[in-house]
Write a protein that binds this ligand. Structure first.
Ligand code: ZN
Length: 514
């Protein structure tokens, strides 16, 4: 049996590539947290050099020669000899390195540079355009990016839809033909559920979340929750940034960020829990496999499942708040005096159709994603022109959420993704929401008394379950295989829909307790 030891010459080279990528990630983290504003231009050059080196090393003749010894380039499969086959980890490693290598080889280097340049420019213009609420300013750049992404889809290749080629970058193996019926099922149940919530006689008031809360105490509470989740501050940090994010340089050095506003309690709180979920995934990867795909996270959808599970299934649940609400009250005795836990629970779960995706509640969030999924497909297929986008956006907002933005800054200009060339990224958010509930349901079945553990603040039992079922495997399995192994079922919208219908039916008083 051939094992990972056979692949040592390959993994040694992969480790060098990882070192370059980790150094680049550290520079990016610094850019978002502590870099003085004047450093931007030089930092962009430094990053481009490191990323270029990592890319060149991956597609080098050196790696190609090694892969040719072990992989049949026609089929992409490991070359097996019946008397001396590969063991499972080695097969997985070869499969995934081949994926990275062949994907990187498909794009001509002048195309990669062109795309990088255009995106860097488009991002600056987008920032200005959003500030000025001027879609026409951004439109020509978006047009260029759409054309480049159409070109990219051709280089990458696809079976059914050019959009599949872009989706595959973020969620390997996922396809429009799988997402379309999935999203249709979601929409068919979410829209009527939203109508019932909006028309319910029960109204939820969330004013309590917008009183004045001392920011350093908010951060203290965030750290308390992260610690209870099992986020290891010996191998991690919490810092501030304009947009919360998580990055990792190694499982022993994982950084999360949050933002904190005096008048807005949810931003820091749920920022910490959400990014903490991402952070636990990265801290839970196998350090022995660092630098190889087996020590890397699986997909954006899987990553998002970890953050959403903690943020929503746990952080917006009663058991969580039974433990943490008295502690929050201790930190903010004046602001929360006389506010019952039950009202606080309702406030953090309030449903309100709104214009901005990142502020959306659990119920409406996926409607924002479906709208973007439809638009992106039409753009890539050439069925929708960029100049018609603002109008199409308003029409779709009306039909999905029943509200219409007055200005493009709150509509088509709100997300950074397109300016970064990240078309095909949005669906991973919804996939993350679905995976999250499916995993959480399974954890409840497998961990005895999970609710009472959470009520006692022992969140770490859930972290350990996720470590075992998900984190430690890296990219050993495909997302589909991992979900089946962890839950016994393929990905399904049912657990998520049942969860929402139960939770909001009860909160808004139109179904019994469930
Ligand atoms: Zn996230």
């Amino acid at each position: 049996m051939k094992t990972l030891a056979t692949l040592a010459p390959l993994t040694a080279r992969l480790l060098e590539i990882q070192h370059l990528a980790s150094a680049a990630a550290l520079l990016s983290w610094d850019q978002e947290t502590y870099m003085p504003p004047g450093g931007g231009a030089a930092r962009a050059e430094q990053l481009a050099t490191l990323q270029g080196l990592a890319h060149d090393k991956l597609v080098s003749p050196d790696i190609e020669r090694l892969l040719a010894r072990w992989i049949d380039f026609q089929s992409g499969q490991p070359v097996d000899t019946p008397d001396d086959p590969w063991d499972e980890p080695s097969r997985a490693l070869l499969r995934e390195v081949w994926r990275d290598f062949s994907r990187a080889k498909k794009l001509p280097s002048d195309f990669v540079k062109r795309l990088g340049r255009e995106c860097s420019l488009a991002q600056q213009v987008w920032t200005e355009a959003r500030k000025k609420n001027d879609f026409r300013m951004f439109a020509p750049h978006l047009q260029t990016i759409v054309s480049l992404k159409q070109e990219e889809a051709q280089y990458r290749g696809y079976k059914e839809s050019p959009y599949d080629a872009l989706l595959d970058t973020y969620e390997p193996g996922m396809a429009v033909s799988q997402l379309t019926p999935l999203f249709a099922t979601l929409r068919a149940r979410l829209v009527p559920l939203l109508e019932r919530v909006v028309n319910a006689s029960v109204k939820v008031d969330d004013q309590v979340l917008f009183r004045s809360y001392d920011t350093s105490r908010q951060l203290e509470f965030g750290r308390m929750v992260l610690t209870a989740m099992g986020y290891d501050f010996n191998r991690g940090r919490l810092d501030l940034s304009a947009h919360p994010f998580t990055t990792s340089f190694h499982p022993t050095d994982v950084r999360v960020t949050t933002r904190v506003y005096r008048q807005e309690l949810p931003a820091c709180l749920f920022g910490c829990i959400h990014e903490g979920g991402h952070g636990l995934y990265d801290q839970g990867l196998d350090p022995e496999r660092y630098g190889t795909p087996l020590g890397d996270s699986l997909s954006l959808g899987l990553h998002e499942s970890q953050s959403r599970l903690w943020e929503n299934c746990v952080g917006r649940s009663r058991p969580f708040w039974r433990h943490f609400y008295p502690r929050l009250q201790q930190l903010f005795p004046d602001q929360l005096a006389g506010v019952e836990m039950e009202s606080f629970y309702a406030a953090v779960n309030r449903v309100n159709p709104s214009l901005i995706r990142v502020e959306a509640d659990e119920l409406t969030y996926n409607l924002h994603i479906m709208l973007r999924f439809e638009i992106e497909q039409d753009l890539i297929r050439g069925r929708l022109s960029v100049e018609d986008l603002p109008g199409v956006w308003r029409d779709k907002m009306k039909s999905f959420l029943g509200i219409v933005p007055e200005q493009d800054a709150d509509g088509v200009l709100q997300d950074v993704h397109w300016s970064l060339g990240a078309i095909g990224y949005f669906p991973t958010y919804t996939l993350g929401n679905l995976y999250a509930v499916q995993f959480y349901d399974q954890a409840r079945r497998e961990i005895p008394h999970l609710s009472s553990e959470l009520e006692a603040g022992r969140l770490v039992v859930l972290k350990e379950w996720l470590n075992q079922k998900i984190h430690r495997w890296g990219r050993t399995y495909s997302a589909d295989q991992l979900v089946r192994r962890a839950t016994g079922q393929p990905l399904s919208p049912e657990p998520f829909l049942a969860y929402l219908e139960g939770k909001f039916g009860e909160l808004y008083g139109f179904s019994g307790f469930s």
